[in-house]
Design a binder for this molecule. Structure first.
Ligand code: XIL
Length: 333
């Protein structure tokens, strides 16, 4: 059948996936060929996160990302950058979190951020035309900005503002994205309200932010999910975001199937229906041009090992467009 990038192209859009440099993804010729066939856009699943690029201070490790980017260039596939700053405390590199910022912590943090952004953006240069500059800044529990080792000395809003200004300085060619998981079909109203407040504040400050990245880890994550009725709230949210002048992109789509039946045909139909309902609402926004899934085939999905919302029956999850044998599932249709 038609490839996903061709389906997207008919709507003037690009289609992509996250890919890791690991043995079962970039290292697997069959999987690589599937990505090459279906996608004109990729993002590194883990290899461009701060901890991966700089496991220890001043000792960058660009190799794995460079290998994938070289391949993508050769195949005419564009690459997104993910991410410069991940606000969730546990994802801040340990050597950063442990650092003693001395008598002038605000100055020291600014300097550390500048070094990080200039090193990373300087290295990747024009090969990255879209950056997730800040990832997951809003706490879904209360809608407030998360605090971490970098925000405490500067203030969370100021630290986020600075992140985007540095990105603009060192990657002037790139679309600058704020990326978060507000969810499409459920998720927390406080989370969405917090993201709207953040985007309004950034606009007021004149911060150079071009777009909101909708992670889109949809499906059932907890027992309170109400499913499709919440798409009404989702539409209101997207109306407000586009009303503020931000572009949109779907950065990490997959469907958690933990509450769908064990029967594979039923489960795949449920995943496809959830995807269709979500995309019907979300792709109606003309500001949305790029859509990426977080893994193209079920066997490589992070949800197989992510134990925060597993299936009770422990069966393998089926959250992506292709099965473990790389055969198209109903979600692809
Ligand atoms: C996940 C990766 O898929 C995992 O391999 C890793 O262990 C943790 O991070 N939101 C994001 C992504 O922004 O970076 C996350 O990726 C998934 C949720």
């Amino acid at each position: 059948g038609e490839t996903l990038k061709d389906v997207a192209a008919r709507k003037g859009m690009r289609f992509g996936t996250a890919i890791s440099a690991g043995r079962n993804q970039f290292g697997d010729a069959a999987y690589r060929a599937l990505v090459e066939r279906e996608c004109n856009l990729i993002v590194l699943e883990n290899e461009m996160k701060w901890q991966a690029l700089e496991p220890a201070p001043g000792r960058p490790n660009f190799g794995p990302a460079d290998d994938v980017i070289a391949w993508a260039k050769d195949k005419g596939i564009a690459v997104r950058g993910h991410n410069l700053f991940w606000q969730t405390e546990k994802w801040v590199p340990a050597w950063v979190a442990k650092q003693n910022f001395g008598p002038q912590p605000a100055k020291a943090v600014e300097q550390l951020m500048r070094t990080h952004v200039s090193t990373v953006c300087g290295h990747f240069g024009n090969s990255i035309r879209s950056w997730d500059v800040v990832n997951e800044a809003v706490d879904p529990a209360d809608g407030k900005l998360r605090q971490n080792a970098l925000t405490r000395p500067l203030g969370a809003a100021e630290q986020i503002d600075l992140a985007f200004r540095l990105a603009k300085e060192y990657a002037p060619q790139a679309q600058l994205v704020y990326n978060d998981y507000m969810r499409g079909d459920a998720g927390s109203a406080k989370h969405r309200a917090g993201v709207l407040a953040l985007l309004a504040d950034l606009k007021k400050r004149g911060t150079p932010v071009n777009a909101l990245g909708l992670q889109s880890h949809i499906g059932s994550w907890d027992e309170t999910d109400k499913g499709r009725s919440d798409l009404v709230e989702w539409r209101k949210f997207l109306d407000e975001v586009s009303g503020m002048g931000y572009d949109l992109l779907i950065t990490e789509l997959d469907v958690n199937d933990r509450r769908l039946p064990a029967d594979i045909a039923k489960r795949d139909a449920g995943v496809a229906a959830a995807t269709r309902d979500y995309l019907d609402v979300t792709l109606a926004y003309p500001r949305l041009r790029d859509i990426l899934v977080w893994g193209l085939a079920d066997n490589v999905s992070w949800l197989q090992t992510w134990d925060e919302a597993p299936r009770k029956d422990k069966l393998p999850m089926r959250p992506t467009p292709f099965d473990a044998q790389l055969k198209a599932k109903p979600m692809k249709q």
